[in-house]
Write a protein that binds this ligand. Structure first.
Ligand code: ZN
Length: 150
């Protein structure tokens, strides 16, 4: 993928202090196009489909929200907790806003946990973006596979 003006602008919006205090790239110094390409390759290697993963993340978030901040057991195997703040976050691609919802999904059997946000789901689904290396909310694909049992 080439580094288009659209991607350049999105990457600028990901810097610390623009949309969030921490930004979206962590310590990653790669071009956004490279980050997306390389994560896409890893996803294919692991047999993960971004639409399927996004759908599953959305499902767990929706179920978790029913607990109003308390942990909820989902399909017997998972414990899901959501934490909502007031307000919204803009997507760095400037194509929409998402609610400030943090989600923790724990696979009860192993205790392994996955953290993500409402915006993470959109970034994966619409842009194939998992956040940069070292970013707190970067979607770790090995964890996605293990925790969601995909
Ligand atoms: Zn977007």
């Amino acid at each position: 993928m080439k580094m288009t003006p659209e991607l350049k602008r999105a990457q600028e919006n990901m810097a610390p202090g623009i949309i969030t205090a921490e930004g979206f790239l962590g310590s990653d110094r790669r071009n956004l196009s490279t980050i997306i390409d390389e994560d896409g390759q890893v996803m294919r290697h692991l047999g993960l489909d971004s639409a399927e993963v996004a759908e599953r993340l959305q499902f767990f978030m929706n179920e978790g929200r029913k607990g109003l901040g308390e942990p909820v057991t989902v399909e017997e195997e998972w414990l899901v907790q959501t934490d909502e703040a007031r307000g919204h976050l803009a997507c760095p691609w400037e194509d929409g806003i998402r609610r400030k919802i943090n989600v923790t999904v724990e696979r009860k059997e192993s205790g392994e946990k996955l953290f993500y946000t409402d915006l993470s789901i959109h970034l994966l689904e619409a842009h194939g973006f998992l956040e940069g290396r070292g970013s707190f909310f970067r979607l770790n694909l090995e964890s996605v596979k293990h925790v969601l049992k995909l």
